[in-house]
Ligand binder design. Structure first.
Ligand code: GDP
Ligand code: IMO
Ligand code: MG
Length: 430
């Protein structure tokens, strides 16, 4: 049994879904531990595309799929997603899906607040997914959230709604928005509780039972290290911790469960939404990467910003998550480029930096220092054997390893499940 945490080591959309799906063949349990339906994880299996937001990617293989307490759950979005994925032939029953009873809910008022704030922020907006993630986490930390298990305690629910609305209606009044009617919200919650409660349980207990029975776990991160609420490009981040340590907190498994941490990166970099991005490209190369990589958001359809691989940022992500090995995705997207750049440091106010500064101004001001490598100008699409990669692609991978300081475990060369090159099987290691 080997338990593996898979996290994004850039700004999200690295290809975590594909890696989790591919690795879940050998896992028994797949656990989401943070984020919500701001995530968009794409799996392509024999030509069929599955886009998952809240459901753990293991659901497609029928693995025990757990939504941990660290996740914020929009039950209406969950209902829609269950329908969408069931329609593709995936079985979603309480046998395979479990949702933490102590996970906080995302309500319509959170989504509305997220969108109202973004609209009011104009140019200063974060570029959120507009799904209510931030406001839901705020209420969780402020101890006024309604949690999944609260839906089963009908007598105490009106009091909780009243507490919640005391805050939100004051805010809405100040913003000149319509107030939320507590009784209507109560009715909405009772109605949706029938959809979600069959899946709700103390998942920490289930996970412990599975652990003691020798089952193996995959912890499926969402977003990426640079969107982490502590370590990312704050305030242009998401409202949860996205780094590997959150797997313990957001599942109730504790530290014992983790044997290996995989950091997922693209062979280049993308970002969606606002905020600093030192290696961003505004030229044809950036456009080529966007079109070759189909870099448009899974959740919002927004074009993703594109740029060169930033070894400094990835090195930091590796440190704060305790990453053991990388999964390098989308190598094939770089096939047509004449040359490739890798950011190996920054210049700021005449000084050379080998870490990313914390201040927002400094983050925006740093100039990347690049190393240039020759392209390979041939197709790597679908290659499954390292030896078959063009020499310059091998050199690129080897250089990334040297610069970030951990080995590459796997390389991905197409969206399809089986198109991966295994360099070091994470299951063989532990
Ligand atoms: P996630 O949020 O980290 O799970 O990543 P997304 O699913 O949002 O974005 C990754 C996109 O790249 C998806 O459309 C995948 O199907 C696609 N993808 C994943 N790996 C590869 C690869 O190696 N090559 C190519 N061309 N596409 C890939
Ligand atoms: P996956 O799991 C990429 C970004 C948003 C925005 C910021 C805050 O598919 O990698 P939020 O709605 O979370 O408050 O938005 O975070 N963001 C993501 N970017 N991939 C994601 O998830 C993201 N989830 C949130 O674009 O910049
Ligand atoms: Mg995504």
């Amino acid at each position: 049994m080997t338990n593996i945490v898979i996290i994004g080591a850039q700004w999200g959309d690295e290809g975590k879904g594909k890696i989790v799906d591919w690795m879940s063949e050998k896992a028994d349990v797949v656990v989401r531990f943070q984020g919500g339906h701001n995530a968009g994880h794409t799996l392509v299996v024999d030509g069929t595309t599955y886009k998952l937001s809240l459901l753990p990617s293991g659901i497609v293989r029928g693995k025990l799929s757990v939504v941990g307490n660290g996740v914020v759950v929009d039950p209406w979005a969950l209902k829609d997603e269950m329908k969408r994925i069931s329609d593709l032939g995936v079985k979603i029953t309480p046998e395979v899906l479990r949702i933490a009873e102590n996970a906080a809910l995302i309500l319509p008022l959170h989504r509305e607040l997220d969108q109202m704030r973004e609209a009011a922020a104009g140019k200063g907006k974060i570029g959120t997914t507009g799904r209510g993630i931030g406001p839901a986490y705020e209420d969780k930390v402020a101890r006024r959230a309604i949690r999944v298990g609260d839906l089963a305690e009908r007598e105490s629910l009106p009091g909780k709604i009243e507490r919640l609305l005391a805050h939100h209606n004051a805010l809405r009044k100040g913003m000149g928005e319509a107030l939320v009617d507590g009784e209507a919200l109560y009715r909405q919650l009772i109605e949706i509780s029938e959809v979600i409660l069959p899946f709700a349980e103390p998942v920490w207990k289930t996970l412990d039972e599975q652990y003691k029975a020798g089952k193996s776990f995959l912890f499926e991160g969402a977003q990426g290290s640079m969107l982490d609420n502590d370590y990312g490009t704050y305030p242009f981040v998401t409202s949860s911790n996205t780094i590997a340590g959150q797997a313990a907190v957001g599942s109730g498994m504790g530290m014992k469960a983790v044997d290996h941490v995989i950091g997922v990166v693209k062979a280049y970099t993308t970002r969606v939404g606002s905020g600093p991005f030192p290696t961003e490209l505004f030229d044809e190369t950036g456009d080529l990467i966007r079109s070759e990589g189909h870099e448009f958001g899974t959740v919002t359809g927004r074009p993703r910003r594109t740029g060169w691989f930033d070894a400094v940022l990835v090195r930091q992500a590796i440190t704060v998550s305790g990453v053991h090995g990388l999964a390098v995705m989308k190598l094939d997207v770089l096939d047509k480029l004449d040359e490739l750049k890798i950011c190996v440091g920054y210049e700021h106010k005449g000084k050379r930096l080998d870490t990313y500064p914390m201040g927002l101004n400094a983050q925006a001001e740093v100039k990347p220092v690049y190393e240039t490598l020759p392209g390979w100008k041939s197709s790597t699409f679908g290659i499954r054997d390292f030896a078959r990669l063009p020499e310059n692609a091998k050199k690129y991978i080897r250089r990334l390893e040297e610069l970030v300081g951990v080995p590459v475990d796997v390389i991905s060369t197409s969206p399809e499940r089986e198109d991966v090159i295994i360099i070091r099987d994470p299951y063989a290691k532990a």
